[in-house]
Design a protein around this ligand. Structure first.
Ligand code: GLN
Length: 550
């Protein structure tokens, strides 16, 4: 089948859930029997978000092949249950780097290099790589930002040209906008949508469908108005009301007829009928009153919860499967250092110390790990959270106050966490960590083995530092078990405490592999322990859950 393209642009304002919309549309198409992939085009000049502060960008989502990508790729993978690769996130930085490298090599034979056609051709080449590197029959392409941004112009121009390249019957443009609500008159306004469509038209793109996001119900007269002014068929004006339940979005879009419309416009017939049973169950479970379990997430970017998007989702997946409501209490680790926020920690049924970089707030995280160990509160350490669990044990059980990771104290006499040998000569910061999927062998009679119930696993990584093998025996003598080790026996991937209900840290990021209908075994095990701690022994009538290892 010729590859079909669905292009998504945004209008009016950003942050209206374009990524979730793209992910949900992908699901609609997959449910109809098509293989789907999604690509995000990010107009910023950074080569990837790997070197950006989470405050700027939110979470860095790591793919199986080690690409450090935009958090929207997490939505795509979770909603559609697919595995994406590095061609699925393109930035202006990557495009220019490639074109300039070619120019230096002399590939352009003396020509003048210009935005059109050289930059736009490189963008189109990268779009075409998705169908070449995956089995996708339908490729969704989402452009970050909103129409009108200067830096998105070359991307929009490339998309405009794509219609001629691939043909009208093989491409569709969806514009996602926002309808502001005027409180004084209690009405929704379509004017910004009209302006945004006009702007898009001036670039040469006429949207085939408008998805109008809104916090309030959109009546038919408003839809008619948008159809009329924006020259879009009425059936292709889709209101999309804000829902607090992310996983309801595919259901809402399906009900609005988006799936049928897209297939018809692309000249396709559904190969299967959508089966929404699992999704409807998820949404019902979210709405149901459930016993609560409190988890304290001790991080340093807590003002921007998007920085921990996949952890939040992974907790939700497991909680829904266990029939509990997880309340996440966000605790700033630097506050703990000042003696504040401990009431939240002491009210917690479980503590998570997530990944992170740099010195700020480290001591607070170590104190939280100590609290979890001493009070036998379930603890899950993710990457940095695992490393600090090792530091904490060395300091407070083995009495070595100076133990540290060399990331925070280069001169520590006891570097229990140290730079990986192959990281020592690396000068560039971008894309040089140990990244992506690596295998790990689980050791018998451990919490990890019981949780996964398999011999070997593969998980996604993103780190420069690792457990220092010189301290293996010492840590074992303090009650630490190394329950997950790389197949060559060299790298500690999972550490846990023997004499504790659940204190476990992973050098990898399990949160990236949790899916709505396939909660991650470690998040399940952690929440089961937290549920026990909360005194909620049994879930009330949970509907079927499908728990497998990822
Ligand atoms: N900063 C630590 C390292 O580089 C942990 C990284 C992380 O938590 N992702 O090893």
């Amino acid at each position: 089948m010729t590859t079909k393209y669905v292009f998504l642009t945004g209008g009016v304002v950003s942050s209206v859930g374009k990524g979730v919309t793209a992910a949900a549309i992908g699901r609609l198409l997959k449910e109809r029997g098509f293989s789907v992939s999604v690509q995000k085009l990010d107009p910023y000049i950074n080569v990837d978000p790997g070197t950006m502060s989470p405050y700027q960008h939110g979470e860095v989502y790591v793919l199986a092949d080690g690409a450090e990508t935009d958090l929207d790729l997490g939505h795509y993978e979770r909603f559609i249950d697919i595995s994406l690769n590095r061609v699925c996130n393109v930035t202006t930085g990557q495009v220019y780097a490639e074109v300039i490298a070619k120019e230096r090599r002399g590939d352009y034979l003396g020509g003048t290099i210009q935005v059109i056609p050289h930059i736009t051709n490189e963008i189109k080449r990268r779009i075409s790589l998705v169908s070449k590197t995956t089995d996708a029959e339908i490729v969704l392409v989402e452009i970050g930002g909103t129409v009108g941004d200067i830096e998105s112009l070359p991307f929009l121009e490339a998309l405009r040209q794509m219609r001629t390249d691939v043909g009208r019957q093989n491409s569709i443009y969806i514009h996602v906008t926002w309808l502001p609500h005027i409180g004084a008159t209690n009405e929704l306004k379509t004017k910004p949508t009209q302006h945004s469509v006009r702007e898009l038209r001036s670039i040469g793109i006429s949207p085939d469908m408008i998805i109008a996001r809104s916090d309030h119900p959109v009546d038919d007269s408003l839809r008619e108005k948008i159809a009329l002014f924006c020259d879009v068929e009425l059936s292709a004006v889709v209101p999309m009301i804000t829902t607090p339940i992310l996983y309801e979005v595919p259901l809402l879009l399906d009900k609005a007829g988006v799936g049928e419309y897209l297939l018809e416009r692309l000249g396709l017939t559904a190969r299967s009928q959508p089966d929404w049973t699992d999704w409807e169950r998820l949404v019902r479970e979210v709405r149901r009153n459930k016993p609560t379990v409190r988890v304290a997430l001790v991080g340093k970017y807590i003002e921007l919860q998007d920085a921990y998007m996949s952890i939040r989702e992974a907790l939700l997946h497991s909680a829904l499967s266990l029939g509990i409501e997880v309340i996440i209490d966000w605790v700033h680790s630097a506050e703990l250092e000042k003696g504040r926020g401990w009431d939240v920690i002491s009210a917690a049924d479980g503590i998570i110390v997530p990944g992170g970089f740099g010195e700020r707030g480290i001591e607070g995280k170590i104190q939280a790990a100590r609290y979890a160990r001493e009070n036998k509160i379930p603890y899950l350490g993710l990457c940095l959270g695992m490393q600090l669990m090792v530091v904490e044990l060395t300091r407070h059980v083995l009495g070595d106050e100076e133990a540290n990771s060399t990331e925070f104290d280069r001169g520590t006499p006891h570097p229990v966490i140290d730079l990986m040998p192959d990281q020592r000569d690396i000068a560039d910061m971008g894309g040089t960590m140990r990244l992506g999927l690596y295998p790990c062998v689980l050791q018998p009679r451990t919490i990890a083995k019981r949780a996964y119930q398999v011999q070997e696993i593969e998980e996604r990584h993103r780190h420069r530092f690792e457990f220092n093998n010189a301290y293996r025996e010492l840590l074992q003598s303090a009650g630490m078990r190394f329950s997950g080790i790389s197949p060559d026996g060299r790298l500690i991937e999972i550490a846990e405490l023997a004499d504790h209900p659940f204190m476990l840290g992973t050098q990898f990021h399990p949160e990236f592999l949790s899916r709505p209908n396939r909660p991650h075994p470690l998040f399940m095990a952690f929440l089961e322990a937290a549920r026990e701690q909360a005194g909620v022994s049994q879930p009330i009538e949970v509907e079927t859950s499908t728990v497998n290892s990822p």
